[in-house]
Design a protein around this ligand. Sequence first.
Ligand code: Q5B
Length: 447
Amino acid sequence: MATGQLFSRTTQALFYNYKQLPIQRMLDFDFLCGRETPSVAGIINPGSEGFQKLFFGQEEIAIPVHGSIEAACAAHPMADVFINFASFRSAAASSMSALKQPTIRVVAIIAEGVPESDTKHLIAYARSNNKVVIGPATVGGIQAGAFRIGDTAGTIDNIIACKLYRPGSVGFVSKSVKMIVVLGELGGRDEYSLVEAIKQGEEPCYAGVPMSSILEQGFGVGDIISLLWFKRSLPRYCTKFIEICIMLCADHGPCVSGAHNTIVTARAGKDLVSSLVSGLLTIGPRFGGAIDDAARYFKDAYDRGLTPYEFVESMKKKGIRVPGIGHRIKRGDNRDKRVELLQEFARTNFPSVKYMEYAVQVETYTLTKANNLVMNVDGAIGSLFLDLLAGSGMFTKPEIDEIVEIGYLNGLFVLARSIGLIGHTFDQKRLKQPLYRHPWEDVLYTK
Ligand code: Q5B
């Protein structure tokens, strides 16, 4: 027998409590495997002795019946497996008696409902005596082509179909890294739920949500971003806000930095991806990529209780422009409509807009300095996303700090503006625009 292998083709068992069917099934399995000796050496039926007639293939055999465990073990010293079909009331006591027999190496206990304390006692005794307990509440165990306990593996047809009558290349005891094995009642509903589970495993998921549920539940891009970026489903007003950010930032005309680069690249005859990335590469602290810094600075200033005056002036002392404030063409008397729309949505739908209101107070102060120092779209998204994170109840404080520190929010602008930049690329190709050359008059020559 190989190391760690419990049974072989010569293993013999003592069967406790006379149960004709499981014993006959063991003998049928033996015959199918081509064993020379029956795997049941003797039957223990307390209080009665004699022989029990059973079939070993075509041949009728008589298996000895003993009145006690001790007598059976003495009569069959080579039988080292004890298969216990006693009820839960007597299973523990009879199993302990069997474990105490020097000839018994393995005890399989079929009964359900054996008290946990008795089970622990049996296991502890077996361990300290270098013996093995299978069960309680087990269907048994099987060694392909060698030995079967009771009803394990079901009907003979099933055993033939699964080729359990001969040794195979995979053995399973209780755990495996190669497969998940489920041991369950035959004929129940578990098999059907397993089929369903396997089908869902087969289906691609976003953060554990299968594609079919994403479609069935009518998820939108905001939901997908929630799942893939934040690893959770967010409430509808949050996902709607994300979608509004994407829609409003998708494009801002051909003159902005990103679109300009994309257009120049497309007109140089470059492909879609090159044109797109050349535009995306302009996204940064001045253009579109100030959202994360706006969130960082507004959060820090608000959480520290700085007044807008203290905040703006401290930034000025450090020589840092307030992220989220200022625009090339928007003014105090010509506000950015996108900012107004985002604020309107949040005021109606968010439980709290404290960070955004703080940013508005900052803007009120910066507008006293210069008319172009309005809250821009980066500032609106940065401050409102802080409100989303803090007010939705979906994020812990450390999670919010991590999101702000890592910097997730510029991703919204990158994602959104990709839509517009791709459009600009197609426009140039469709209009068959020639190579771009910048007008001389824009260039300033100095000595
Ligand atoms: N000053 C955006 O500047 C811009 C100040 C400031 C304190 C400020 C500038 C800025 C912070 C970064 C930011 C996102 C570069 C903008 C976007 C998407 C877009 C784009 C589009 C789209 C504009 C004049 C005077 C100077 C400066 C002072 C300026 N900003 N002081 N805090 N934030 N903002 N970026 O007009 O005393 O004369 O030296 O860096 O939030 O990118 O549509 O185009 O959708 O595509 O070039 O909307 O504000 O002004 O540089 O001539 O400065 O104002 O220190 O003072 P400008 P400058 P002084 S949204």
